[in-house]
Design a protein around this ligand. Structure first.
Ligand code: AMP
Length: 544
């Protein structure tokens, strides 16, 4: 091989913020804080505070490779943690505050988190878990002294006090770009949540992918507001992409209702926003009820679940926005496909154009293929559905410390099984049509059908149970339980609800519980969810 004569400089996360500090010092990060008021500062000040945080982390004894947990909303302090933790070579482990206690316990202990940074209003979550995280040495509340909540927890620190007086520069280590930088757990179909461990290289390349022209409008003079939480796959990469591009970053904090989002977007001149369809449904209702119109916003990105055609039409026709759909997963950093712009759109009438937007085109760097049940490769003809597999530099090659889940997810030839069923056109336009994984996605968050089934099966009147996803206009999907009662027993739906009440979090409670004499089964004896969904396809949930 004739080796190229180019410098081998690592792609490092901290260099993104260093670049923004040097190049776009005054371009702002604006946050609605947990305490209430809006906070603003430029990328240069963010970099200085990140250096202070790095010193504080060292003071807490955090070393390269250590996991540092965050349970926090989208704010500037969480942004500082993204960069400070990864910058010193530690791993920023973002945790979803909507998880329930057993999941939290598993995740924190499996990741072996050293410390937890938590927003003041989420502290009760950590307090409830007192004694269940033996490896956690300290809890840092992300606020100032004046807003520190009372707590009985030991080893609690105040974020602002830890930063106070620390030097505003830090000698950032020259890490290997393959070093782990961050991690995020996702729900498992069976068993425990599974961890995706990102690297500096994968994160920077993913940010470059987002910035590829023609996909999303970043740039100077633009402002992006990720409604998608920073605890959910790194806010889809926005905290990394925005500073590279000199784009203002607007953080909504804990207020995600339509009115608060609209107000912040208008006040801060937001041009691009990203979130799950449930959020866009709330915003749409608010806009329609109040007759408000955006003056700056041009692009609305929806991902995490299929966007309904009616929502694309509403935002485009009533509000003049460009709706862009994206597809991705926790395991894929997440974005692999976004937007359907391309020659296919030329000359299309509005209706056909909106329909095309139900698809999304793959990014450079990502390979996609469709596979049948025997592993045979299926055509990309826009019509034939198959299991979607992908590979690329920002796709996992295994789950953190979980050989069993890794073996199930990776193919022998190095592709990742997504558990989604999709069609692909010969021009790389993807559409998700179903999923093979036994999960229900409500408002962007996973509910495990198997966990629900197991919990309800512990009722003595239940012989067999199956949980299926049913369409819902607000939450996209809601769970429904289909029950076969034990002979001679006839538990009521209310009895089963009462039985579940102390076993699951409230948002997992099935909207409907139906009783049948028999469930359909596959040849291998498993409940055929496919047939069951077909059987209930005309059922309208009582909550709709
Ligand atoms: P998560 O790891 O929580 O981000 O969830 C990833 C999963 O969300 C995917 O595997 C899909 O099942 C679903 N998903 C994400 N984006 C879309 C989309 N655009 N259309 C349909 N389903 C999606």
């Amino acid at each position: 091989m004739l080796e190229g004569q180019m410098m081998d400089r690592s792609l490092l996360i901290i260099d993104i913020l260093k670049h923004a500090a040097e190049t776009y010092p005054a371009i702002e990060i604006v946050s609605r804080t947990v305490e209430g008021p809006v906070h603003r500062y430029g990328y240069r000040d963010a970099f200085k505070r990140t250096a202070q945080l790095a010193h504080a982390l060292k003071g807490l004894g955090i070393e390269e490779g250590d996991r540092v947990a965050t349970i926090a909303w989208n704010t500037y302090r969480h942004f500082e943690l993204y960069y400070g933790v990864s910058g010193i070579g530690a791993v920023c482990h973002t945790i979803n505050p909507r998880l329930f206690e057993d999941q939290l316990e598993y995740i924190v202990n499996h990741a072996d988190d050293r410390v937890i940074f938590v927003d003041a209003n989420l502290l009760p979550l950590v307090e409830k878990m007192d004694g269940r995280f033996p490896g956690v040495k300290a809890v840092i509340v992300m606020t100032d002294r004046a807003h520190m909540p009372e707590t009985k927890l030991a080893n609690v620190h105040c974020y602002e006090e830890l930063l106070e007086g620390q030097p505003e520069t830090y000698d950032w280590p020259e890490l290997d770009e393959r070093a782990a930088s961050a991690m995020c757990y996702t729900s498992g179909t069976t068993g425990n949540p599974k961890g995706s461990l990102y690297s500096h290289r994968s994160t920077v390349l993913h940010a470059f992918g987002l910035l590829a022209p023609a996909v999303l409008p970043y740039g100077i003079g633009k402002a992006v507001l990720p409604v998608v939480p920073m605890f959910h796959v790194q806010a889809w990469g926005q905290p990394y992409a925005a500073p590279i591009a000199g784009t203002k970053l607007v953080m909504p904090g804990p207020k995600l209702d339509g009115e608060s989002l609209f107000e912040l977007m208008e006040d801060e001149g937001v041009t691009l926003t990203l979130g799950v369809p449930t959020i866009w449904m709330g915003l749409l209702t608010h806009l329609r009820e109040t007759g408000k119109r955006f003056t700056h916003l041009t692009h609305l990105v929806s991902g995490g679940a299929a966007i309904p055609l009616s929502m694309i039409k509403a935002y485009e026709e009533e509000f003049g926005l460009n709706v862009v759909q994206g597809w991705g997963m926790t395991e894929t950093s997440p974005v692999c496909c976004a937007g359907a712009e391309g020659p296919e759109m030329d000359g299309l009438e509005d209706d056909a154009r909106h329909e095309l937007k139900l698809r999304e085109r793959k990014f450079f760097g990502v390979d996609l293929r469709l596979v049948d049940e025997d592993g045979g490769i299926l055509p990309h003809d826009g019509d034939t559905p198959g299991e979607l597999q992908c590979r690329g530099p920002w796709v996992i090659n295994g789950y953190y410390n979980d050989a069993e889940a890794t073996a199930a997810a990776m193919t022998d030839d190095g592709w990742f099984r997504t558990g989604d069923v999709a069609t692909l056109t010969d021009a790389g336009l993807l559409q998700i049509t179903d999923r093979t994984k036994d999960l229900i996605k409500s408002g962007g968050e996973w509910i495990s059908s198997i966990d629900l089934e197991n919990e309800v099966m512990s009722h003595p009147g239940v012989a067999e149970a199956a949980a299926i996803a049913m369409p819902h206009p607000k939450w996209q999907e809601r769970p429904m339980l289909v029950i076969v009662a034990h002979e001679g027993k006839q538990p009521s739906a209310n009895e089963l609800r009462a039985h579940l009440a102390d076993k699951i979090v409230s948002w997992w409670m099935p909207d409907d519980i139906a009783f049948v004499d028999e469930l359909p089964h596959t040849a291998t004896g498993k409940v055929s969810k496919l047939q069951l969904r077909e059987r209930f396809k005309d059922h309208v949930l009582s909550t709709v």
